[in-house]
Design a protein around this ligand. Structure first.
Ligand code: ATP
Ligand code: MG
Length: 437
């Protein structure tokens, strides 16, 4: 893509309202613009990142056997009255009345709706287990929206819902999702730790939050330093194998890790002092097992193997897709700007033409641009080199292909890796191969 024809409005000044690095950088790099308190428009660069994150989430949900659907953002209050949560949910719920005086709401989550959809369609134990998910905007009227997209009022969430015949099967669903989450976050270049957590307004008995360590995190966390750096993506755990899931789950839960609300001083004492770590973390996902809370209250049953009615067991599983954009930047930036992990970068490379109008420079840049197509953002503006360098660092492309007149004449480019700042002089072909990966 040509930068000169794009819409990448960067800011020179640091916006005064932004308290943390990711919020500042998202505004400065032109990823989002706030349109009302806690509500953001996603500009082209930000949208590409959001889409990349959603794609990884989707691929790992599908790989774990979950099925994608799409439910609406607006829900009927009647659904929530059936589960009893309409009053309980409180002022975080944005309540709306339509022209016929019917009560509606902008969904903060979808347990009721999915339970209703599922209950209307599924009648037999043979249709279980099922896990359904969607990636959809939510609205929660947070008292204090802050930190940009990290605590917005409107935000994008992946929420999955599992339906199983009994407790044992529901536990398998829970473990499967936990594995899918570890794979998902690893692919985004994040180290997430599952921590025992409170269930809050979703309810239930078993829950884990997935926490990214960061000083600006809102949760205080306690964990064992031995939490391993395991390669979950390539680990041979089969989603359909109960033993694999048990091994995985034991590995996940044998070491101490808890958020403040679930912190257990006695268990903490048993962690060797040298391994105790306290810090702050950002919650990027949470999973819940809550049994028959919604199916029972909403009257959903299926015919079991012996014909008797069975109330399906459920769990729900959320990932903060839009929050992750901020969380990734918190985990990966420096003084100069964002450092995108390859997997979610909006562009894999910037092509920097240091002398626009120089025939050799222009020709080589055009070749690079044609070869990389949508993988690269070609800075073809008639700007000084310094401006282009600064913008490329701010926008955080994993690679910069720097093309100046001397190099172009000799068929060479400078290839810079944003993450560690290393620069190499290579042929254009080598640079393209490296960028393509
Ligand atoms: P928090 O404790 O941060 O308010 P939550 O526990 O209420 O979040 P969940 O119901 O677990 O949120 O929602 C699933 C995921 O959605 C969270 O793990 C988080 O990543 C994301 N999320 C929740 N609230 C927001 C928000 N206001 N802005 C952006 N993302 C959010
Ligand atoms: Mg949560």
């Amino acid at each position: 893509m040509l930068l000169s024809r794009g819409f990448f409005p960067t800011l020179k000044e640091t916006p005064a309202e932004a308290q943390i690095a990711s919020h500042r950088l998202m505004l400065r790099a032109g990823l989002v613009r706030q349109t009302a308190a806690g509500i953001y428009a996603w500009l082209p660069l930000g949208l590409r990142v959001l889409d990349n994150i959603a794609r990884i989430v989707r691929e790992e949900q599908n790989r774990a056997g979950a099925l994608e659907l799409l439910m609406p953002t607006i829900q009927s209050a009647d659904l929530w009255k059936r589960s009893g949560r309409y009053e309980d949910y409180g002022r975080e719920m944005l309540r709306i009345t339509d022209r016929h005086d019917r009560e509606l709401l902008y969904g903060p989550t979808n347990e009721e709706m999915i339970t209703d959809i599922f209950g209307q369609s599924v009648k037999s134990y043979r249709d279980l287990p099922r896990c359904l998910y969607h990636i959809q905007w939510k609205f929660r009227d947070e008292v204090r929206p802050r930190f940009g997209v990290m605590r917005g009022r409107e935000f994008l969430m992946k929420d999955a819902y599992s339906f199983d015949l009994d407790y044992h099967a529901a536990v398998q669903s829970y473990r499967r999702m936990m594995l899918a989450y570890m794979r998902t976050f690893q692919r985004m270049g994040l180290k997430a730790i599952p921590m025992a957590a409170d269930t809050g307004p979703i309810g239930g008995d078993l829950s884990h939050e997935f926490i990214i360590l960061a000083p600006v995190g809102e949760s205080a966390v306690f964990f064992d330093a031995d939490f391993e750096n395991t390669d979950w993506v390539n680990a041979h755990f089969d989603y359909d194998n109960t033993d694999d899931l048990a091994t995985f789950y034991d590995q996940m839960t044998s070491l101490y890790a808890a958020t403040e609300e679930k912190h257990d001083a006695a268990a903490w004492e048993r962690v060797p002092p040298a391994r105790r770590r306290e810090g702050r973390g950002i919650e990027v996902g949470q999973i819940f097992y809550f049994g028959t809370k919604y199916t029972a209250s909403m009257g959903v049953t299926v015919a079991g193997p012996d014909g008797a009615a069975v109330i399906p067991e459920m769990g729900s599983y959320g990932i903060g897709v839009s929050r992750l954009v901020g969380a990734v930047i918190e985990a990966s930036h420096d003084e100069a700007g964002i450092i995108w992990p390859d997997a979610i970068a909006p562009f894999r490379a910037a092509i920097l033409n240091l002398k626009q109008g120089d025939p050799a420079c222009d020709a080589m840049c055009d070749r690079a641009h044609e070869a990389l197509g949508d993988l690269a953002l070609y800075d073809d503006r008639p700007e000084r080199a310094g401006v282009k360098f600064n913008d490329a660092d701010l926008l955080g492309h994993p690679w910069q292909i720097v093309i100046g007149p001397r190099g172009a004449a000799a068929g060479r480019v400078e290839l810079k890796r944003r993450a560690d700042g290393t620069r190499e002089e290579v042929s254009l072909e080598d640079a393209l191969a490296r960028v393509r990966g």
